[in-house]
Write a protein that binds this ligand. Structure first.
Ligand SMILES: Nc1ncnc2c1ncn2[C@@H]1O[C@H](COP(=O)(O)OP(=O)(O)OP(=O)(O)O)[C@@H](O)[C@H]1O
Ligand code: SF4
Ligand SMILES: [Mg+2]
Length: 324
């Protein structure tokens, strides 16, 4: 709740700049739900993922899990947390220690969390590998002896071995060959069904998000600017930035593509202007947008938007022309 993370940037000479990668972000999730986080490069998605998984410490705010604030100050607390909250990264090769065999890599979480006795470990590793569609024989291989898809299956096996409640997936298929992407997505959906997992799913691919998400959160310059049930988000996005994202993305059903005026110019990373942070690129900005930062507010049940004009844009075909 209210997560914030600021990084110090080292400039040329003695100049010190800061960048607020995540700025007052709160996301609530229910059991078995997939919440997708979308937004352009540098908007803070991976930083948010690291804050949620406690790989980074927030400057403000706290993570509440199972109705309790998360504390990971001791090894014991960190272990208890990581058993329930795991992460799958974009680059499976980078996230697997190269000189360990697959069997050792998959056994590691079971061993660390003491979920299996030593005599049972080998057969349990075989079961976990099987659950992600891999032959037990693969346990003898090293990560570099696997295909990209197989490596990502091993990462997913490691993440799901402890039967966590939440897996944060940071672009888990975008580094993979197109031909194996849908296999990995189907695997994640199967595991979700079998283990009752919740996913926080970061992706640039709106067609994929449309396929798997229950809820969509749109991030812009560190903030969530829109959050809505997926069906409603794609049918009637409210924030001009969301509308531009959807309009520029290949959505499978063209009837669901909403017309939207083009966004102006490129984002200046880490630099949020006064007022609405999107206003310099927003074709619909009006005077108040420069004066007040619009709060994230409810426009319908479960549908939040941070836009002064968010109430005007409920119907896909009713997107008005720029008024100023
Ligand atoms: N360790 C760090 N030190 C300094 N700045 C950082 C650090 N990590 C991230 N940033 C900055 O914070 C901002 C958000 O980065 P982040 O990686 O969270 O973006 P992202 O939305 O995941 O982007 P992408 O889609 O390209 O993966 C960026 O401007 C980035 O340069
Ligand atoms: S508040 Fe104003 S500038 Fe910001 S998105 Fe809405 S219309 Fe555009
Ligand atoms: Mg990222």
């Amino acid at each position: 709740m209210g997560l914030r993370k600021r990084y110090r940037l080292r400039g040329v000479g003695t100049a010190v700049r800061h960048i607020t990668a995540v700025d007052d972000v709160s996301i609530q999730m229910s059991v078995g739900e997939t919440v997708a986080v979308v937004g352009e490069s540098g908007c803070g998605k991976s930083t948010l993922a690291k804050l949620i998984t406690q790989l980074e410490t927030p400057d403000a705010g706290e993570m509440v899990f199972d109705r309790r604030p998360v504390r990971v100050r001791t090894r014991r607390e960190r272990l208890a947390f990581s058993r329930n909250v795991q992460m799958v990264f974009q680059d499976p090769y980078g996230s697997l220690t190269p000189h360990f065999r697959v069997g050792t890599l998959v056994a590691e979480p079971l061993r660390i969390h003491r979920l299996e006795t030593r005599p049972r470990l080998v057969s349990r590793v075989a079961e976990v590998l099987e659950s992600v569609g891999l032959d037990a024989e693969i346990a003898k291989r090293f990560p570099h002896e696997l295909s990209g898809g197989q490596r990502q299956r091993v990462s997913i096996a490691r993440a799901s071995a402890t039967r966590p409640q939440l897996i944060v997936c940071d672009e888990p298929v975008s580094a993979l060959d197109v031909s194996v992407r849908s296999q990995i997505v189907n695997l994640l959906l199967d595991l979700q069904r079998d283990l009752g997992l919740s996913y926080l799913f970061i992706s640039h691919d709106l067609a994929l998000v449309d396929h798997i998400a229950d809820v969509v959160c749109v991030m812009y310059l560190g903030r969530i600017v829109e959050q809505a049930p997926a069906r409603e988000f794609f049918a009637a996005p409210r924030h001009p930035y969301s509308r531009a994202l959807i309009a520029s993305s290949p959505v499978p059903d063209p009837r669901r593509r909403s017309p939207a005026p083009a966004v102006l110019g490129a984002v200046e990373l880490g630099v949020a202007p006064a007022g609405c942070r999107f206003r310099k690129r927003c074709p619909l900005a009006v005077a108040i947008c420069a004066e007040n930062d619009p709060p994230l507010h409810a426009v319908a049940a479960g549908h939040l938007v941070a836009c002064h004009r968010g109430n005007e844009f409920g119907v896909p075909t009713a997107f008005p022309e720029q008024s100023v």
